[in-house]
Design a protein around this ligand. Structure first.
Ligand SMILES: *Cc1c(COP(=O)(O)O)cnc(C)c1O
Length: 391
């Protein structure tokens, strides 16, 4: 037998972490790393946040799981808080981003079909998108590298170029049910939508009676300096998927919707055995306790502005290594002038963790609680690495 016991679907870096604290991770070989990847935008409050640890410990001693056959107090609390803080009137809890997107797509189809439009099922998606790794979400994302070997593609997704309103309008037909967009494409390489484009998506959806689904799995939960990134654009979606930062590292996802969009998601239409169990809800409620404190998002915005200013200077100084800085808040991308894998490996050598993205981008996704000192430490490593790479 030569296959690894863990199915080898990841090209993993050879580091094993043993513990974490704030923005730092400690490896079993004694090295320590500054975590500017946050487990792909998940550990929004850093590692071992005392409030999260206490909340999860307390819940672990009381009750882990009951199933959704019964009311779950933590779900009702979390949902009420998210209804209060967002556009949403209702939400479904699940365990991951892909599941949140599956629920979003199902909700959009059912909205039309329950009203008699049985042939409305197609969804327009945007090139460069990423919505997860289930059969439906790889078909929605439309990326060849994710679809290869998994044919047939799930029917019902029509892809158009990101940012092009004419092509999007042209793709709308009598069977179109919804549009899916990420306010900032994350996996695609930190590509923000313009104000005009996001407003255009809302207008087109309204004009043709389509539902607008935003995938905020990565942009959500404070990553851009607002609870949800669409707040920067002055529009609201009909349906919105969140996950990554929501549990602070505990697997939690949610599909948020307006009453109108979710009107037909009645008993029996959708489900999840684990979704929203008491442990997951304790983690997510603890994350919200911290994020909804006055001033939290102001601090994220200030940290984002500081990090952006410093990185901009590094990009200007090392054009042979970096060609561009883009993004919002603490969701940033350094586009490589050399292969991004080479840059990321050099960062690791110097004790900094980042994440690769499409379009040869290095994603910079520090925890939202990053201190000014840790921003300085991270930028110092990036600058040192750039100097060596340029030489
Ligand atoms: C990560 C991500 C997903 C998928 O989330 P999983 O938890 O891995 O299923 C979906 N959409 C976006 C925008 C993401 O960044």
């Amino acid at each position: 037998m030569s296959i690894a016991a863990v199915m080898p679907t990841y090209a993993r870096t050879d580091i094993v972490f043993d513990r974490g604290e704030g923005a730092w991770l400690y490896a079993t070989d004694g090295r320590r790393f500054l975590d500017f990847g946050a487990g792909i935008a998940v550990t929004a409050l850093g590692h071992a946040h005392p409030h999260l640890v206490a909340a999860l410990k307390a819940q672990a001693e009381k009750l882990w799981h009951t199933s959704n056959l019964y009311r779950i107090a933590g779900q009702e609390k979390l949902a009420a808080r998210l209804v209060e803080a967002t556009f949403a009137d209702t939400m479904f809890f699940c365990n991951s981003g892909a599941e949140a997107m599956e629920c979003a797509i199902k909700t959009a189809r059912r909205y039309h079909q329950a009203q008699g439009a049985k042939d409305k099922y197609r969804v327009i998606t945007l090139r460069g998108a990423f919505h997860g790794r289930t059969l439906a979400t790889i078909s929605a994302g439309g990326q060849e590298k994710h679809l290869d070997g998994f044919a047939p593609k799930v029917d019902g997704f029509d892809q158009v170029p990101f940012g092009n309103m004419n092509e999007l309008r042209a793709a709308i037909g009598p069977t179109t049910a919804a549009i899916i967009a990420e306010p900032i494409q994350g996996e695609g390489g930190i590509v923000p939508a313009t104000q005009e484009y996001m407003k255009g998506l809302r207008m087109v959806a309204d004009e043709f009676g389509l539902l607008l689904i935003l995938d905020e799995v990565q942009t959500g939960l404070g990553r851009t300096g607002k609870l949800l990134a669409h707040e920067w654009y002055g529009i609201t979606p009909d349906i919105c998927a969140i996950a990554k930062g929501l549990g602070g590292g505990f697997p939690v996802g949610a599909c948020l919707a307006t009453e109108k969009a979710a009107k037909f998601m009645v008993a029996g239409t959708h489900g999840s055995t684990f979704g929203g169990n008491p442990l997951a809800m304790a983690a997510a409620n603890a994350v919200l306790d911290v994020m909804l404190e006055p001033g939290f998002f102001d601090k994220v915005q200030a940290s984002g502005a500081k990090l952006q200013a410093k990185l901009k200077a590094v990009v200007a100084k090392y054009p042979k290594v970096f060609s561009e800085l883009r993004g919002m808040g603490l969701m940033l991308g350094l586009k490589g002038a050399i292969p991004n894998g080479q840059i990321i490996a050099k960062f690791v050598e110097h004790g900094l963790l980042t994440v690769a993205g499409g379009d040869n981008v290095v994603r910079i996704l520090p925890p939202l609680i990053i201190s000014d000192a840790d921003i300085d430490a991270g930028v110092a490593i990036i600058e040192k690495a750039a100097g060596e790479l340029a030489a």
